[in-house]
Design a protein around this ligand. Sequence first.
Ligand SMILES: [Cu+2]
Length: 654
Amino acid sequence: MLGTIILSTLLLTDTVTTEKVQNLDEVVIVSEAGRGRKRSAKGQVASIDEHLSELRNVSLVRRGSYAWEPVVNNMQTERLSTTIDGMKIFYACTDKMDPVTSYVESGNLQSISLNSGLDGNPQATGNIGGSLDLKLRKAGFDNDPFHASLSAGHEWNGHVQVYGADAALSSHRTYLNAGAFYRHADNYKVGGGDELQFSQFQKVNVFTNAGLRLAEKDMLEATFIFDRATDVGYPALNMDVAKAEGLITSLSYKHLFSKASWETKVYYNHITHEMDDTKRPDVAIHMDMPGKSWTAGIYSLLTTSLKQHDLTLNYDLYYNRLFADMTMYPGGAAPMYMVTWPDVGTLNTGFALTDNVRIGRNQSLRLSAKLAWQQQKLNNEEGYHALRVFFPGMQDAYHQTTGRIAANYQLSISNSQLSIGAGWGSRAPTVTEAYGYYLNNTFDQYDYIGNPSLKNESAVELNGAVKWHPTARINVALDGNVFFFSNYIIGQFETRLSPMTVDVEGVKVYGNISHATIANVSLTLDWHISERFSWNKKVSYSSGRDADGDPLPLISPISWQSEWIYRHKRFQAQAMVKGNARQSSYGEKYGETAAAAWTIINLSAQYDVVFHDSRFVVRAGMENLLDKQYATYADWNHIPQKGRNIYLNLTFEL
Ligand SMILES: [Cu+2]
């Protein structure tokens, strides 16, 4: 087998059966040639954020060049679930500088899968907008006895350097793979050539996975990931990050039955996040703002096939602790200390079920449901009492029950495919929304206070898709979804309170608004003009409204892209034009300002050399060819994107 790492047979069959489901999307990170699956033009060397941007309905909120926040169906972190191989992990920054996707590297992953909307993966909870699962790259049993790869990348704009190396050993009884990744970036230049201050970062990552077959059908697997980012600039914020460190570990036991597999995994992860404003000029009051998050959990997943049914049953339990505090040093006065996340312990346990049913040759039905219960306790007295001043009736412990249920029906007739789906789901407020204390938000310039009396938010989702291929060479698809929210959680003006942060507008307290709506529609066209040429085009429209019919913030304007692809033997080249229309409805009421229209051109090419048992891949490209200065609606405080950028990435596999 030529240097590819293949998933176990079981995982592969699982992918094949679920891939047909309309709500599922996947981007492949490690090479699996010829499977016609989505991947980044930059290949494995691309950052996690660049891989994520390949997924349908995903956009990214950018506060700098590192650690972008995934947005699915125009919903941010609060309404999404992110798991790493089914493991729960929670970020440790009160300012969302560290979405959990920033604690892994491309080298750690095989692929990223996205379940859109309420039809979540079994371990997902609180996923109204969608659930992302980052699938780890494991050598697996019975693969190539030895495999290794080296990759290096350079980007001229910002002098980005990427180096990665990994090696894998595999046999019938054991496997072991390990690797290391390093990334370094200086400040980048925006379109026109100006340097964007505080856009640098540096990151190291090491990982290992090991497997041991105890008996023919009993296996143990272990994972260890250590990730550390240092000197990370956030040009859109007032502070940078001195250090963001993640430690991710797991141990799992798998037993295979003749028609089923049963996996039980225990895991632990720990995140430390330290902000830093010492490098900023003109800091009015210097602050220290560390945050900590740790999670321990277990899940047990049974996957089986019974006649027309592909079933999964999952039980999971996790305990997460979140603590953040802040010390302000006003010049000449005594330091001021406050607790911003009052050491909240969350114990959550749930039971999930999915069933893919084949009906005849051309129909299928997918059902998924989850019921979860959680208890939260505020372990920090000082933080609890500070919050109690605003909410005299509050307690130091709360519990919530949440659930979701979704159904999707699919029908294929001659040259078209139809799918319709519906779901309902709810989520508990996040720690920030329920117990956050004077968290400054630079987007609308307000200090935010959590509200322990928030109700759970819920939504009804309807979705549908039509795919039509009039000839073998043409594919047209129209798909859309709409979410009708009840008790939508968002910050509301509180004029009776005065802000803590210097120079901000005022204070907002999280509250439930009776209802809100988010809708997304997209149209895609794929045309294989000839053996060598193909063309694809995509246009999307989204809308988000609150209970008064006013636009919600951070909803994508009309976006479009058009791509021409040329393939000949081992060579491939692409030209892409993409852009957004002017953001005509923006959340003015919520402090958002409109983003202007933009269009950019990207070029990329790839050449694959194979000799004996090795493979060498060269990828090169130019992004933002015309060096346009632009910012998308998701660029926090309109920080401009990169100007013209040339990159060259090399991967060598043997
Ligand atoms: Cu932070």
